[in-house]
Design a protein around this ligand. Structure first.
Ligand code: ZN
Length: 82
């Protein structure tokens, strides 16, 4: 869940994990923690066609969530570190 500044509507001022509600620190619009961010556009063959679902999970909730998977997350190493 993201809150943007009233003036510009663009600067991120607050962020919370959708699952546990934990507030994530944001400094000058930059998120200082690892967050799992989803912005998924459902397609024609779903019952949510035309909807975009947005949510954010903190790293702890992401780990708890993915541990429930029968088939684990496919993890690759990123070559470039930004
Ligand atoms: Zn959380």
């Amino acid at each position: 869940m993201r809150k943007y500044s009233e003036e510009t509507k663009k600067k991120l001022i607050e962020m919370s994990c959708n699952k546990c509600g934990k507030k994530i620190s944001v400094e000058n619009g930059i998120i200082n923690e690892g967050m799992f961010t989803v912005a998924f556009g459902w397609g024609y063959f779903s019952e949510k066609d035309g909807q975009i679902h947005n949510f954010d999970l903190c790293e702890k909730c992401y780990d708890e969530y993915t541990k429930t998977f029968l088939i684990p997350v496919d993890v690759e190493e990123r070559n470039e570190i930004v």
